[in-house]
Design a protein around this ligand. Structure first.
Ligand code: N01
Length: 550
């Protein structure tokens, strides 16, 4: 991505930034926080990033559960702002595992000398906007003390999936075994050898964890509430010829990816599954099953917009489950009955095979009853106690809003973000929310974020924010927030787009249904990368239309 913003800006020291500790407080040092710091330096602004963890990497720092792996190809799930970086870095596998992605984040922090502006083990607990002075005050918890850091801008790089959801189960405090959450996995490897392990949850994290823990545990019991569709990734070492071909013209791949709604360049057909003959449809599904990964959804163009087409693709995957799983009763329990890809499609090559092992059993919480309570030595479902030495919560996240709302953020007239978003998040283009001047969100609610190659979205968001701050400085202005009308119109657009997709038709973390009491609204923008980028660019071309700058 070119360095499009103007770097010949007035020095902030000479303008209006003297009264603050730093020009910008950045919250989080994951992929977004790292790149944001880099761009802020380019603008000549002082910035400090605060990170709860004791290392950089964000999502890839916390989600170190066994089997954690990205299901977007490594050659695409990587930064594109520096051609030297993308040429120098070599991925070992087609889909990188968590340790390698974390190493990559650490490399970026070192390569661009970012660590000197990052304070680790420091949690931003609250942030308060003072409308009279136009200053943000962040309360930072570090080493048992809380200090205040003032800034002109607050940029939240907190990630979309970083507020873990651990449902409360009756009697859990009595449980004597060990317990883990996939989203907060310990740094030291956990040894499950010979243990009776239970895992609750069969979303992407559970599905990746289950085959690995099954290899080690004495017995693994999977507590499944909703079965998910899992397609194989056919992962393997990265083909050096493929790598060389991409690196010969990386820009081509990057540009092509931006033409896709998902921001991921994979084979994609535009015709309807209903227009193909039975033979052609079967051939196409097999071909895309063989291609592997999320690209399966590209076998036909209408799988997420036409319920009949979706059913045909879902039937194909259901058939695969029946072929792979030897016990028909287990296969039946593992077979989803909802829309394919409505909950996020999961990716793993040997997930279903795992259930052919004698030392793995499946408890179907829909037919056998919900988890009633824990005991000292296990948990009870439908009156049956399952003895456990360890339990793994793969129960997901308070997605997209939880990571923002866990910081006590208050804006104009003391209104908190949590209060403003009580009926659902409200942003303009995902960047800002009216009443919270000078606060920016990276991959916020109302942006494509989780529905896209999130690294591409992070870069697009940060380039936009950088351009916006640069313009503000050039104009000698110090305050920006959205017009309420523009924000409301964008929320309407987010809802309109969601209404056109089958993805809004089931319970999922996309619409808050996984968290009791959370408002049921489709949170990310599903209109796709091209339309979203067009809307962001149009705002700029029209003089930051929809934003109040002064
Ligand atoms: O979380 P989830 P996740 N009793 O919310 C179950 C990304 N990611 O951490 O479906 C019993 O998807 C819940 O059941 P149900 C990716 O975007 C990417 O797995 O609500 N069960 C569900 O099965 C992904 O979508 C990668 O009925 C309970 C599970 O817990 C997102 O992160 C890898 C329960 C939660 O699944 C989140 O995935 C990993 C209860 N009370 C994650 N509460 C890759 O790139 C919840 N559940 C590959």
């Amino acid at each position: 991505m070119p360095d499009s913003h103007d770097r010949s800006l007035p020095s902030p020291e000479n303008t209006h930034f003297k009264s603050v500790d730093v020009d910008v407080v950045v919250v989080g040092a994951g992929f977004a926080g790292l790149f944001m710091l880099h761009r802020l330096r380019g603008l000549g602004l002082t910035a400090r990033a605060f990170e709860t963890g004791d290392g950089v990497g964000g999502t890839w720092y916390w989600n170190r559960y066994p089997g954690a792996r990205c299901d977007v190809e490594s050659m695409q799930y990587s930064y594109q702002f520096s051609d030297d970086l993308q040429q120098d870095w070599s991925w070992s596998e087609k889909f990188a595992a968590q340790p390698e992605i974390l190493t990559y984040a650490e490399h970026v922090a070192d390569r661009f000398d970012l660590r000197r502006d990052i304070q680790l083990e420091s949690r931003v607990a609250a942030a308060h906007w003072d409308d009279a002075t136009g200053i943000w005050s962040a309360s930072v918890e570090h080493d048992g003390r809380t200090s205040t850091v003032t800034s002109k801008f607050l940029i939240l790089c907190v990630g979309c999936l970083s507020a873990a959801n651990r449902p409360s189960f009756a009697g859990f405090e009595r449980f004597q075994g060990s317990h883990y959450h996939t989203g907060y996995w310990p740094k030291d490897p956990v040894d499950f050898t010979g243990l009776k392990v239970g895992i609750i949850g069969t979303g992407s994290s559970g599905i990746q964890t289950i085959p690995h823990v099954a290899e080690q545990a004495g017995h693994l019991t999977v507590f499944q509430r909703t079965p998910n569709y899992v397609v194989p990734d056919w992962n393997g070492p990265l083909d050096p010829a493929y790598e060389a071909e991409i690196k010969a013209d990386y820009q081509d791949l990057r540009s092509n990816a931006k033409t896709r709604p998902s921001g991921i360049w994979v084979p994609f057909n535009t015709d309807s599954a209903l227009d193909a003959s039975d033979e052609e449809r079967q051939r196409r599904f097999e071909e895309f099953w063989g291609y592997g990964g999320l690209g399966f959804m590209g076998s036909f163009g209408d799988l997420l917009t036409n319920a009949d087409s979706n059913r045909l693709a879902a039937d194909f995957v259901r058939g695969k489950i029946a072929e792979i799983v030897s016990d028909p009763d287990v296969a039946r329990k593992l077979t989803p009955d909802n829309v394919l890809g409505c909950k996020r499609l999961c990716v793993h090559a040997t997930y279903y095979q795992t259930f052919n092992r004698d030392d793995v059993s499946l408890v179907d919480l829909r037919t056998e009853g919900a988890i009633e309570h824990f005991t000292e030595t296990g948990l009870v479902v439908g009156g049956v106690e399952y003895p456990l030495d360890a339990v793994i919560f793969a129960t997901g996240f308070d997605a997209m809003t939880g990571s923002f709302e866990k910081i006590a953020i208050s804006g104009v007239e003391g209104q908190t973000l949590k209060q403003k978003w009580e009926a659902g998040p409200s942003t303009y283009l995902g960047f800002q929310s009216a009443g919270f001047p000078n606060m920016f969100m990276v991959t916020g609610p109302g942006s494509p974020s989780v529905l896209s190659n999130v690294l591409l979205s992070i870069e697009q968001n940060i380039e936009w924010i950088t351009g916006c701050l640069g313009t503000l400085l050039q104009k000698g202005q110090s305050r920006i927030e959205p017009e309420i009308d523009a924000e409301e119109a964008w929320v309407e657009e987010v809802n309109r787009a969601a209404g056109g997709s089958l993805r809004s038709t089931c319970s999922s973390w996309y619409n808050g249904a996984n968290i009791p009491g959370k408002p049921l609204v489709f949170i990310p923008y599903i209109g796709g990368i091209p339309d979203y980028t067009k809307a962001c660019d149009a705002a700029v071309e029209n003089g930051y239309a929809g934003f109040k700058m002064r």
